[in-house]
Design a binder for this molecule. Structure first.
Ligand code: SD4
Length: 323
């Protein structure tokens, strides 16, 4: 009785819990697992996640393994080891993780630890908190036995020194096929989870944090509805609470594709309303729902994502709003 009137009050305020609003009257998921990952490197990360799942790992284990593959690859220059530095020449990493029950963990602006997603998972599972930043995040990681490493690779250092000559800060993002890794997935029983890991925008101000470690912005999972993750211009994704927006869209009956499109349209609307120049910006979302439907959408062309299921392993181009 109390619960019903509480829900009614929340509903009147437009705040009813997503699961309670869910209109997902689709067939239940009948696959053996499904992973969706941003960008070309998602192909390999999906394969690693898939193997981990088939070996008996949970969705969360699979996502951690898939993202870790990318974090530890020094050739991937926007995630983990080898990530591009900030304007002061410091590589700082952001990551977050979320499971189907609403457990969350996040690290922001962490230096010297190559696998921030695993640290975010440790924050989730081993602390009473959900987010650790900077020195505190590193201190916790060291206590947990993560190794301290120099994350700057020679190519990143050379490019940074070149950049210093002009020091022009124009966030050019997503024009190359390697960027923030966001992975969402589901096991054979439909248990969802997601993770997101990045070194953020190259040459950002020291201390800047984007959307990727922010639950609701860079990642959101509702175990009864679906999951979404974002890549691109983090400030805009935070402004519009992008990933939560997409999951809420799915809860209200939109397909993953429609929900991603609606979130991109909202971002465009926010730009227009604020009269800001958005000619250099890019944002992309990927999403999946509980019945195994997938979708993606970006602001402009060039965003791709990898999908993996029992009978699929491919890279797809997202639909987009602007040419
Ligand atoms: C950020 N969203 O730090 C990240 C960067 C990114 O494609 O995804 N670039 O804003």
């Amino acid at each position: 009785m109390i619960r019903r009137s509480f829900l009614k009050t929340l509903g009147a305020l437009g705040l009813a819990p997503i699961a309670a609003q869910a209109k997902l009257h689709k067939a239940p998921y009948s696959g053996q697992g499904l992973f969706l990952t941003t960008w070309r490197f998602g192909l390999e990360s999906n394969q690693v996640a898939w193997t981990r799942l088939q070996e008996g790992g949970s969705t969360l284990d699979a996502i951690e393994a898939g993202i870790r593959r990318c974090e530890l690859d020094p050739a991937e220059r926007s995630v983990g080891l080898g990530g591009r530095p900030d304007r002061d020449g410091v590589v700082t990493l952001d990551a977050c993780i979320m499971d189907h029950l609403g457990n969350i963990g996040s690290v922001c602006g962490m230096e010297g630890i190559a696998t921030p997603l695993s640290v975010a998972r440790a924050v989730m599972e081993k602390t009473p908190h959900v987010m650790l930043v900077g020195d505190g995040a590193q201190q916790f990681a060291l206590e947990q036995g993560f190794p301290l490493e120099n994350l700057m690779v020679a190519d990143s250092e050379r490019e940074w020194k070149q950049w210093l000559e002009k020091s022009e800060y124009q966030p050019v993002i997503n024009i190359e096929n390697h960027d923030t890794i966001g992975m969402i997935g589901m096991d054979a029983s439909g248990i969802l989870a997601g993770g997101c890991s990045t070194s953020g925008m190259a040459y950002k101000m020291h201390g800047r944090v984007g959307d990727s470690p922010i639950i609701g912005a860079g990642l959101y999972v509702d175990g009864a509805v679906g999951a979404c993750t974002a890549t691109g211009h983090g400030e805009e994704v935070i402004r519009t609470v992008g990933s939560f927006r997409v999951v809420q869209g799915m809860a209200q009956g939109l397909s993953p594709h429609q929900a991603c499109k609606a979130a991109i349209e909202a971002i465009a609307e926010f730009f227009t309303r604020r009269g800001k120049d958005w000619s250099h910006t890019q944002i992309g979302f990927i999403a999946l729902n509980k019945s195994g439907e997938i979708g993606a959408y970006s602001l402009r062309p060039g965003f791709n994502y990898a999908v993996k299921s029992a009978d699929r392993a491919e890279l797809l181009d997202a639909d987009y709003l602007l040419d």
